[in-house]
Design a protein around this ligand. Structure first.
Ligand code: OFO
Length: 169
């Protein structure tokens, strides 16, 4: 059974994961406008991944005797600048989420909630991967600069992103 404080903190994170999904769907739509179908697809896959993050936490709260509270989701921006700026914004967002997951683990430790500590390890590992994936893309986009051919090659590579594997409980 999770404590009320843990329940509140997890519900806050569920909302952030929902916002992440919303943000990446907005970025996908923006990349469509930019004429970058690979990036559009990449962010669509990232949206799917965030839905998995959200659902996994939503299920956990209820499986452990808590109540899932769905709160209002903030509206994401509509404009993100260049393709490099879209991915830089994505990296900033992931760094924000990493900080939030770390704070959540701090709450689990303070509450002596061992089950939540184990559960949150999955998110800690996931965030390392999320950040490193985006850093790699940002680095490539910086190297490409405004070279149209190089940007098209990066976009083709982004188009090859596979759908996320479903999360296991
Ligand atoms: Fe849920 O990891 Fe990205 O935000």
């Amino acid at each position: 059974m999770i404590t009320k404080r843990m329940e509140k903190a997890l519900n806050g994170q569920i909302n952030k994961e929902f916002y992440s999904a919303y943000l990446y769907l907005a970025m996908s739509a923006y990349c469509n406008k930019l004429g970058m179908p690979g990036a559009e697809h990449w962010f669509r896959m990232q949206y799917d991944e965030e839905v998995i993050h959200m659902t996994k936490m939503f299920d956990y709260v209820m499986q452990h005797g808590g109540s899932a509270h769905l709160m209002q989701i903030e509206e994401p921006p509509k404009e993100f600048g260049t393709l490099l700026e879209v991915f830089e914004e994505s990296l900033r967002h992931e760094q924000f989420v990493t900080k939030s997951i770390n704070e959540l683990l701090d709450v689990a430790v303070e509450e002596k909630d061992h089950a939540s500590q184990v559960f949150l390890q999955w998110y800690i590992t996931e965030q390392v991967e999320e950040e490193s994936n985006v850093i790699e893309i940002v680095d490539r986009l910086k190297l490409a600069g405004d070279n149209g051919g190089a940007l098209m090659m990066i976009d083709d590579k982004l188009a090859a992103r596979l759908p996320p594997a479903p999360a296991t409980a």
